[in-house]
Design a binder for this molecule. Structure first.
Ligand code: SF4
Ligand code: SF4
Length: 84
């Protein structure tokens, strides 16, 4: 299973909660703090390291506040695993 790492721009976020609603792993919650615009931004918590890097959160964000990095398994490792 792929692993993801998510960065959320605290000041760009407008707290709409869409990202939290679509994450299949429940990995995004809303902050208790306010940003400079007065919104409670989303925070990536990633419980149990469950994020798969699916990028649903980034795709639905209307403010392009989310960047998703996905861990890529090197092709040779996949080929070797297939032949073992
Ligand atoms: S990349 Fe997918 S699993 Fe990870 S936080 Fe975003 S929606 Fe959730
Ligand atoms: S979808 Fe974007 S703007 Fe909305 S809460 Fe998530 S990061 Fe913030």
């Amino acid at each position: 299973m792929a692993k993801g790492h998510v960065l959320i721009d605290f000041e760009r976020c407008k707290g709409c909660e869409l990202c939290a609603s679509v994450c299949p792993k429940g990995g995004i919650k809303m902050s208790e703090q306010f940003n400079a615009k007065g919104y409670r931004p989303a925070v990536w918590l990633n419980p149990d390291g469950a994020c798969t890097g699916c990028a649903l959160c980034a795709l639905i964000c209307p403010d392009t506040a989310i960047t998703v990095y996905r861990e890529v398994v090197p092709r040779m490792a996949v080929v070797k695993a297939a032949h073992n």
